[in-house]
Design a protein around this ligand. Structure first.
Ligand code: NAP
Length: 326
């Protein structure tokens, strides 16, 4: 039986990955922090939990040693650009340096005779945010413009360093991917949640930043499938995981408010300069040709459908939250 170790198992991607691995018959071990908030996704009982923290090399190393996995999926970390501006130091430790601890732990297990220990690192399109090249691919020069992107860039270099050393290590360069499990702090879920609340009459406005920025949005379970394919590939390599199509926040609003049955979003949406990032990439759009060609991966859910799925989920939540009789 294959044994996998997952960090970030309570997050959007980690929760889908754990479900996928369990369904595939994999023995799943997960790193858990004790400060996990009650509303975050619960980890299934079949998962072996190891208490530790990406910010604490000793507990992280110990957890990996105890699990002795064949595959490590590193999905944990400070995962938002906004949070990385609030705490750049913690971001560099949790999203950057921790990857070095994971790679070294995998290397030592391998040296101790554990066989091939594979590492898949959840990297990000934000490593390319400073480039003028559109679309970006695996050869696009790394050029981060925020602490999150800088930490992910350092991690991407470390993955490359350990791969050159002989470890089966790979970066999945993930473009934005969404689902009803996205926390409401992210702009996409903020929009779908608010559109549903406005439709239900429990909210009357939505405040956003720059509506013109363009992102390449995909469906989270498709991206988890890409992670598994990257882990199972014979040769370790880095892959851009993207749809190849970008849309603006305005496009997102159009579909979300249509699905919520409201139509025109303009009377409800305000823009506030405080929500505009100090620096931001105008367009992040990935070219997924390599992962399509080498690993046969393709996105299965398009932009319209993913927005509508999120809104339908949030409409259901809004209906449940309404006082009885309304
Ligand atoms: P997410 O929902 O924000 O989940 C983050 C996870 O990291 C949570 O399980 C959280 O655990 C864990 N975590 C945070 N700090 C930790 C620490 N100090 N020690 C241990 N665990 C910690 O993120 P996601 O959207 O699933 O993304 C998964 C990965 O893909 C992340 O690395 C993210 O940067 C990357 N990525 C995501 C996207 C996207 O569009 N979703 C795009 C590019 C890259 P707690 O429950 O304990 O807080």
């Amino acid at each position: 039986m294959v044994r996998a170790f997952v960090t970030g198992a309570t997050g959007q991607d980690g929760s889908y990955l754990v479900e996928r691995l369990l369904a595939d018959g994999v023995e799943v071990h997960a790193l858990v922090r004790r400060q996990t908030e009650p509303e975050t996704t619960a980890i299934p009982a079949a998962v072996v939990e190891h208490v530790g923290d990406l910010a604490d090399p000793a507990t992280l190393h110990r957890a990996i040693d105890a699990a002795a996995p064949q595959i490590i999926y590193n999905l944990g970390g400070i995962s938002s650009v906004a949070a990385s501006w609030s705490d750049p130091l913690a971001t560099s430790a949790v999203t950057g340096t921790a990857v070095g601890v994971i790679l070294e732990a995998a290397w030592r297990l391998r040296e101790a005779g554990a066989g091939d220990v594979r590492v898949v690192q959840a990297s990000s399109a934000e490593i390319f945010a400073g480039t003028a090249v559109v679309p970006q691919d695996e050869r696009t020069p790394i050029a981060p413009i925020n602490p999150y992107g800088a930490a992910k860039s350092y991690a991407a270099h470390l993955v490359d360093v350990y791969r050159r050393r002989g470890l089966h290590a790979a970066s999945a360069i993930l473009y934005n991917h969404e689902s009803p499990r996205r926390p409401v702090g992210f702009v996409t879920r903020k929009i779908t949640y608010s559109a549903a609340a406005i439709a239900a009459g429990t909210q009357d406005r939505l405040v956003l930043g720059d509506l013109s920025v363009r992102r390449d949005w995909g469906w989270a379970p498709d991206y988890v499938d890409a992670l598994v394919r990257i882990a199972e590939a014979d040769r370790p390599d880095d892959y851009v995981v993207a749809t190849g199509t970008s849309h603006s926040i305005e496009d997102f609003l159009n579909v979300a408010f249509d699905e919520a049955g409201i139509g025109d979003w303009r009377p409800f949406v305000e823009t506030d300069p405080r929500f505009i990032r100090p620096t931001d990439a105008a367009e992040l759009r990935g070219d997924p040709a390599r992962i399509a060609r080498k690993l046969g991966w393709r996105p299965t859910v398009g932009f319209d459908e993913l927005v509508r799925r999120m809104v339908r989920h949030d409409l259901e939540l809004a209906r449940i939250d309404l006082p009885t009789g309304s």
